[in-house]
Design a protein around this ligand. Structure first.
Ligand SMILES: NC(=O)c1ccc[n+]([C@@H]2O[C@H](COP(=O)([O-])OP(=O)(O)OC[C@H]3O[C@@H](n4cnc5c(N)ncnc54)[C@H](O)[C@@H]3O)[C@@H](O)[C@H]2O)c1
Length: 361
């Protein structure tokens, strides 16, 4: 039977638990498609890029890898990094190469609390908590600008400069994205994260653009919070958050904090979006390749499955995304949980339970 709509997805599991969680996410999406009565299907192509590929070819992905990926509707990514390859080589050689060349400038990272998963947050049971971190994903501290020099002066003399890049265009587009997202949420509020007290050029420009953009959204509440204070707020007053917009580095750190307080890094989903759709967007769990638990069938697949739900939304399958999210909640609520969130189930058992709950969606 030919499906009415077929979405072509490039799977890039890469390294460590990335390989396991991508398998889980694919299984959930294929189970969903099998239940769609031919309305939609997923056509997967898997790419072997990552640290093992590097060992064989001396590079993290094929030279024409970006050209190959362009043909797809989306990229479904696992995690990259392994002790055999320096982290900056593996990250820049694959994940950042895709994000930057496909101008995936908006990185959306929801912080969601699941039934049955214990949180370290004092208020987690009392309030209906959920917020989303919107990360500027194309410049800021990860612009890759700088260099190393003066090593010839002798041992201990080398210098390194790592510059952060803030452009009005880059700041404005991510802020408008955050405000538009806030308008779709129950609490219409955007919190801007800054460090303009110490970083008087880039972050002051960030603050000024935020003020200017905010003026166009009078219906949306705003606040500007220093990144250190925001870290404290995630823990102490999370009920006051809805959309948090931050630079590349700040949002990277804050979203890990967010996922840790929901219970585990293994729960957090993420979408790297090229909102203009000139290039494929990429969906991946927030966590890394977790070499400490890789290959044992113990990792939490819910971050990757949640990322698959974000990919469904991107395809216009909003109801199906809700079905997957409800299946995730039903799974954790019924006590089927991996070890990182206090359970004893394997990754495969959690994946099967999510698939089993798709029918109740
Ligand atoms: N997006 C990415 O590809 C990405 C992101 C972060 C780190 N990395 C890379 O991953 C490697 C390991 O980095 P790290 O240890 O700092 O971060 P990590 O996210 O891999 O692991 C941090 C901790 O969280 C746990 N964890 C992570 N994912 C989990 C899951 N699905 N289920 C249960 N527990 C999970 C790990 O066991 C570990 O204790 C490095 O090479 C790093 O560069 C890649």
């Amino acid at each position: 039977m030919t499906a009415e709509q077929t979405f072509r997805i490039a799977a890039v599991p890469a390294d460590g638990v990335g390989i396991e969680v991508v398998e889980s996410g694919r299984a959930v999406l294929d189970a969903l498609a099998a239940r769609s009565n031919g309305r939609f299907a997923f056509d997967w192509t898997e790419f072997p890029w990552g640290s093992a590929y590097y060992a064989e070819h001396g590079k993290m992905m094929a030279d024409d890898g970006l050209e190959q990926l362009k043909a797809f509707d989306a990229v479904y990514f696992g995690a990259v990094g392994w002790p055999t390859v320096p982290d900056h080589v593996s990250l820049w050689g694959l994940r950042l190469r895709i994000c930057q060349n496909f101008d995936q400038w908006a990185n959306v990272r929801p912080v969601e609390f699941l039934p049955g998963v214990p949180s370290s947050l004092r208020t987690a049971d009392r309030d209906d908590l959920d917020w989303v971190v919107v990360r500027e994903n194309s410049e800021g501290e990860y612009a890759g600008l700088g260099g190393r020099n003066l090593a010839a002066r002798g041992a201990g003399s080398e210098v390194a400069v790592q510059s952060a890049l803030f452009t009005e265009t880059g700041c404005e587009r991510i802020m408008r994205f955050a405000f538009d997202l806030a308008r779709t949420r129950a609490r219409k509020k955007v919190s801007s994260v800054t460090k303009s007290n110490a970083q008087q050029y880039g972050m002051v420009l960030w603050d000024e653009v935020f003020e200017r953009v905010a003026a166009d959204y009078p219906d949306v509440e705003t606040e500007s919070v220093l990144v250190d204070a925001m870290a404290a707020k995630f823990v102490l007053r999370p009920e006051d958050l809805s959309v948090v917009v931050a630079s590349n580095l700040h949002a990277d750190i804050l979203s890990d904090l967010g996922s840790a307080i929901t219970g585990s890094l293994g729960l957090a989903a993420s979408a790297n979006l090229n909102p203009e759709r000139r290039f494929p967007s990429m969906f991946e769990p927030v966590h890394g390749s977790a070499p400490d638990i890789a290959g044992q069938g113990l990792c939490n697949p819910l971050g990757a499955i949640g990322s698959a739900a974000l990919m469904l939304e991107h395809f216009g399958l909003g109801d199906e995304a809700k079905t997957v999210r409800r299946a995730i909640e039903a799974t954790t609520g019924s006590g089927i949980r991996t070890r990182d969130v206090g359970g004893t189930s394997t990754s495969a058992e959690v994946t099967d339970a999510v698939i089993g709950h798709l029918d109740n969606g």
